[in-house]
Ligand binder design. Sequence first.
Ligand code: PXP
Length: 251
Amino acid sequence: MRANRLRLGVNIDHVATIRNARGGHLPDPVRAAKLAAASGADGITAHLREDRRHISDRDIERLSQEIELPLNLEMAATEEMLAIALRHKPHACCLVPEKREERTTEGGLDVAAHHAHLAPFIAKLNDAGIRVSLFIEPSKVQLAVAKALGAPVVELHTGAYCEAEGAERLRQLARIQAAAREAAKLGLECHAGHGLAYDSVGDIAAIPELVELNIGHFLIGEAIFIGLEQAIRRMRDLMDQARASATVTAT
Ligand code: PXP
């Protein structure tokens, strides 16, 4: 059986990073979201960080009002972010770990260690009809706890795979493949993302249990050279090509 089409969530945070480098309104991340929609994206992802280094509260408000694609709001599990999520009710909330001093999300959320803190957040988001996703390391323990916490979705951190070389890269790929299989067994919808680029997306897109990839930094960087539409279309093609060769293991 052929694997289903893989969804592409385009993360527009770094359009806001460029805007914020100068202050003012340009470039506009909402315009990027609309262009992404017209270029084959299946969803828009935005990370409202505690320090507002890129996406702002106003961006979330405008994205909620102006885009038609499902919005995936990435956020830390804090009371402030929970209130914002409950106000805007995005399609999905992806809970991520956040440290002020980090440059980007380093590593997955340790759901096993923070089980007690996360449980009420997930319950409130679930009750509001927001699809909760937990951004975790590809590990059996993290998956089991994600399931026990009642999150319907997990997103596997692909950063270590994207950064690794040689034998280590193969080892990291095998971890992600095994975790995706385990997620499917547990009945969790499985996404993946972080650090994906043209040279790394193929092996990840070929994992048949994956339903969605979220990609941002590389696409916004590539857009400088070939434009956002072309960058997204090329990524979409690479995902589709990899997917076409992937088969779902008959159970
Ligand atoms: N998924 C999650 C949960 C993330 O935190 C990020 C980065 O904000 C991404 C996907 C996208 O990663 P990148 O910008 O490296 O493509």
